[in-house]
Unconditional design. Structure first.
Length: 434
């Protein structure tokens, strides 16, 4: 693709986005929207799982401390001139934020006016790292305090306990923030090494949604972004078995009622992005059919009083594939047995095609609704980082078949793929792992 060649795509219900590869190597997406709010996300394909890597020409992989991607996100707000990045945004009425996940670090803002000025700030501070022994050391105490706070949080503990029960070796089990011990090893040199590897513009995306156009965004990128040579990055992820590592993990916290988080592990993840997209759609529909708010199971566990606040969710991307069920219950094992019995009943009688058709329509309606907000820039970014064209995802929903969902059901629901993380009140049973 030649420099700044702009591609326009329009879907069947009239939504349009523009794409170009900037001369810096950055992939830029612009979604024109005549809404009150503008939204921009500047993201790198770099998260907690990327702790072992090398670049083209290097013989050996680097292993870096857990939590370094998150640490780097914190430090990117530091400026050499001492000016606070948030105050720069506040001057132009923007609300700014950032987050680190397993696979991504994203910097974003929303604003009603001054989109150009705020976009310039975003591109400027993320492209200018400034790490010193003093400011890195100062941040260590702040992040250590954050880690300890989450260690005392039952919601965070139940989630990471489950990941460490489900996965024995794969980096998806790593806490995004790392540990107090792992972050003690982080130095300015390591931060610069990770920045120069993963914040190469060829590994990043910019997605802007709002009252703007591609030429405006390009003019800012031309002015602000420095030239950088593209880098090929090679990441090493640990091999992982298909079955869960542990079936149960229990920890006591200051909660009034036991909480559970049940995970269904799936290691069948295709390297083909189109296949992943189709499976993601099937998993979304299947999860809603089996455990959504209108499912027989959700209604039964709620009306019987077995579970309070029951919810179901799923993930499917190049990094992980799993389904989560969560809620509060006085008897987690009774819930688990109810879950097993329900799935056996489904195996015997089969899934309902009428439910499939209804939920498929609702899934497509939810997809269309995403376009009603400029926050769709975040949805676009997540899809793009999984090599999924956001418009193709809508087509994948329309083309999903009942047979695909039935096949997925038979593949996913086997007891060796189930793990459950439980949090009990402090006056309950002692902590135990099985």
């Amino acid at each position: 693709m030649s420099e700044n060649q702009i591609i326009q795509k329009t879907n069947e219900f009239g939504e349009t986005y523009f794409y170009t590869k900037h001369k810096s190597g950055l992939d830029i997406y612009v979604i024109p929207k005549d809404f009150a709010t503008n939204y921009a996300v500047f993201a790198t394909k770099y998260g907690a799982i990327d702790n072992c890597f090398k670049t083209e020409g290097e013989e050996n992989f680097h292993e870096v401390p857990d939590g370094i991607a998150h640490y780097l996100e914190h430090k990117m707000f530091e400026n050499e001139d001492g000016v606070d990045t948030f105050s720069r945004f506040a001057k132009y009425g923007a609300s700014a934020n950032a987050y680190t996940s397993s696979t991504m670090t994203a910097y974003l803002f929303s604003c009603t006016n001054h989109l150009k000025e705020n976009l310039e700030i975003l591109l400027d501070y993320v492209s200018k790292p400034y790490f010193t022994p003093e400011n890195v050391e100062k941040e260590r105490g702040i992040i250590a305090q954050e880690i300890r706070m989450y260690e005392d949080n039952s919601g965070s503990a139940i989630y990471y306990n489950l990941l460490q029960a489900m996965y024995e070796k794969h980096q998806t089990r790593v806490d995004v923030a790392g540990t107090v011990e792992s972050i003690s090893e982080i130095t300015p040199e390591l931060l610069y090494d990770c920045y120069n590897t993963f914040y190469n513009f060829s590994n990043m995306t910019l997605c802007v949604s709002g009252r703007t156009d591609m030429q405006t965004v390009l003019s800012i990128a031309d002015r602000v972004l420095p030239e950088r040579e593209p880098k090929a990055i090679y990441r090493h992820y640990h091999e992982e078995k298909t079955e869960v590592f542990q079936s149960r993990v229990t920890e006591a916290f200051e909660v009034s009622r036991p909480m559970f988080l049940l995970g269904i592990k799936d290691m069948d993840i295709s390297e083909n992005a189109e296949i992943r997209m189709k499976k993601r759609v099937a998993m979304s529909i299947l999860t809603d059919m089996l455990f959504g708010p209108t499912s027989d199971f959700a209604i039964d566990v709620y009306e019987s009083g077995l579970v309070n606040g029951f919810d179901a969710s799923y993930d499917h991307s190049f990094e992980c594939s799993r389904i989560f069920l969560e809620g509060e219950t006085d008897d987690p094992e009774a819930f688990y047995q109810s879950f097993l019995a329900y799935l056996e009943e489904i195996r015997q009688k089969g899934l309902c095609e009428e439910d499939f058709n209804r939920i498929k329509r609702a899934t497509y309606a939810s997809y269309i609704k995403v376009f009603d907000s400029t926050k769709l820039a975040r949805e676009f970014t997540h899809m793009i980082h999984d090599e999924c064209d956001p418009f193709a995802f809508g087509e994948a929903i329309k083309n999903a078949t009942f047979d695909e969902v039935k096949t997925l059901f038979l593949a996913l629901f086997k007891e060796e793929f189930y793990a459950m993380s439980i949090v009990t009140p402090l006056d309950g049973k002692d902590d135990e792992n099985e």
